[in-house]
Design a protein around this ligand. Structure first.
Ligand SMILES: Nc1ncnc2c1ncn2[C@@H]1O[C@H](COP(=O)(O)OP(=O)(O)OP(=O)(O)O)[C@@H](O)[C@H]1O
Ligand SMILES: [Mg+2]
Length: 226
């Protein structure tokens, strides 16, 4: 469970999150929509413990991370959180396997080759990130994030830099792995169609959650519009 109670966050006296509360259950698939600058990434950073709010509480399972030391928050993050950014942030001097192994080593997960195969990267393990397409780099990021078996997977615009075909494939793989590993997904996107894949859709505007609803049925990555 991830829960935020009345969180507010300011940058240079500007209120970026304004008294936001949200509760995300284990195994849920949440999509966060909203215009640019509405606070989506900031909310993700605060919910995942990357940043602290000025007021309010954030819980990751039984841990109230807002009252914990940075060191202890890092330990909780390491155990429970996977984060996939729009920019790939792969280490350019490491191979594909080296990058994925870094995630796996963090959690002493010896079983990461299964992920490498599931994400179609077996032929690319020796390549450097610069030798890969955008979709391939994004798949390496997904493998790296999932290699440590996170309970909660945060994705900030995972398909933002991908074309339609690659974007659908990446989303399909994420959902397939979710079924197998049963992690929780919290995903920010500008693509309104992706909301049809989620269980819960949250809409933000000007630092507030302005709408939240559940889908009765969920579409697959190949059924949604684009
Ligand atoms: N590190 C920072 N320092 C100062 N201001 C920031 C910082 N990060 C975000 N902001 C500001 O906070 C507001 C919300 O930013 P945020 O990145 O959360 O929006 P967003 O909804 O993710 O937008 P986008 O869809 O463009 O990614 C913006 O006005 C932004 O300029
Ligand atoms: Mg953002």
């Amino acid at each position: 469970m991830i829960k935020a109670d009345n969180i507010s966050k300011f940058y240079n006296n500007e209120c970026v999150l304004n008294d936001v509360s949200i509760k995300i259950e284990d195994g849920e698939f949440v999509v966060i929509l909203g215009p640019s600058g509405s606070g989506k990434s900031t909310l993700m950073n605060v919910l995942s413990g990357l940043e602290k709010p000025e007021s309010g509480k954030v819980f990751i399972d039984e841990f109230e991370i807002t009252s914990m030391s940075d060191k202890n928050v890092t330990a909780v993050r390491r155990e429970k959180i996977g984060f996939i950014f729009q920019q790939y942030y792969l280490l350019s001097h490491l191979s594909v396997l080296g990058n994925i192994k870094m995630g796996a080593d963090l959690a002493k997960n010896a079983d990461f080759m299964k992920l490498v195969n599931a994400l179609g990267l077996s032929d690319k393990t020796k390549s450097k990130p610069s030798e890969l397409s955008g979709g391939e780099q994004q798949r390496v990021c997904i493998a790296r994030a999932l290699a440590k078996n996170p309970k909660f997977l945060f994705l900030d615009e995972p398909t933002g830099a991908l074309d339609e075909k690659t974007g659908r494939e990446v989303l399909y793989l994420i959902c397939k792995l979710k079924k197998e590993q049963n992690f929780t997904i919290i995903m920010v996107t500008h693509n309104e169609n992706i909301a049809d894949m989620a269980e819960t859709v949250v809409r933000m505007n000007s630092g507030k959650i302005v709408d939240s609803y559940k889908n009765k049925t969920q579409k697959t990555a190949f059924e949604i519009g684009w």
